[in-house]
Write a protein that binds this ligand. Structure first.
Ligand code: NAP
Length: 247
């Protein structure tokens, strides 16, 4: 059995690209998704067609019971090696004074609580202090954590700032227990997430402001994630790779 990599939100976008690349790197991939069963099964079929191993698990990673069910499914499958906390949402572009408390709670639950819960369950299984084999965690943050996303989604940006702090703290907490924890900060990547913000063409609008003069592709983010997850990054923890096209 190959080492297992759990990728949350792997039915589409950056998560799906990471799942396909992970399988080519020899991981058995657990493809988590929220609603889009067909898309998740398509990723699984792509992996299996190339001779890889994958399983699909529906779970809302903002909900503790679902996260426990997700990790229990992995336990029955084999030994976890890596977790990529990729699932994330943003909502319609607006100024802070127009944001409802329900929206703030949804964004924080989907982006922050989910990452905390999955990191917790990963540490329980990977930590050498608890008899585990060690492993690595990659948290997907955003360039928004540093820009703050004014007039678009400060809530989303702040949720990614929380992911960065979690990554820094947890990296130090578990460094002596065989677990590395790192982050990737994508910039303007061609995925469906911008439609959720109300502007499907956002990446093309902003492309002239990006030093590389174009948006990025999910596969380009996946390369950074796979490197940080792998033993090639054996002396790297508490670090971030910006995949921002030079911004
Ligand atoms: P996307 O295309 O909108 O895909 C989101 C994925 O997350 C889908 O697989 C979705 O599942 C899943 N998901 C959402 N909420 C979930 C939940 N509560 N539980 C389980 N799965 C959930 O997003 P993306 O652009 O690839 O973004 C991936 C990550 O990169 C996010 O953390 C995002 O914040 C970050 N990021 C993206 C960009 C960018 O420009 N695209 C830039 C910076 C950071 P369903 O298919 O079932 O809905």
């Amino acid at each position: 059995m190959h080492p297992i990599m759990l990728i949350t939100g792997a039915s589409r976008g950056i998560g799906a690209a990471t799942a396909r690349l992970a399988a080519r790197h020899g991981y058995a991939v657990c493809i988590n998704y929220l609603n889009n069963h067909v898309a998740a099964e398509t990723v699984r079929a792509d992996i299996e067609r190339e001779g890889g191993d994958a399983m699909v698990v529906q779970a809302d990673v903002s909900q503790e019971a679902d996260v426990l069910r997700l990790f229990a499914a992995i336990d029955r499958w084999g030994q976890l090696a890596c977790v990529v906390n990729n699932a994330g949402i943003l909502e319609t572009q607006m100024r802070l004074e127009d944001m409802s408390v329900e929206r703030l709670q949804r964004v924080m639950a989907a982006n922050v609580t989910s990452t905390f819960l999955c990191c917790r369950e990963a540490v329980k299984r990977l930590s050498t202090r608890r008899g585990g084999p060690g492993g690595s965690i990659v948290n997907i943050s955003s360039g928004a954590a540093r820009s703050g996303s004014p007039n678009e989604y400060i809530d989303y940006a702040a949720s990614k700032g929380a992911v960065d702090s979690l990554t820094l703290g947890l990296a130090k907490e578990v460094a002596a227990e065989g677990i590395r924890v790192n982050g990737v900060r994508p910039g303007f990547i061609y995925t469906d997430i911008h439609t959720a913000g109300g502007e499907p063409g956002r990446v093309d609008r902003l492309a002239p402001q990006i030093p590389l003069q174009r948006g990025g592709y999910p596969e380009e983010v996946a390369e950074a994630i796979l490197w940080l997850a792998s033993d090639k990054a054996s002396y790297t923890t508490g670090s971030f790779i910006d995949v921002l096209g030079g911004r």
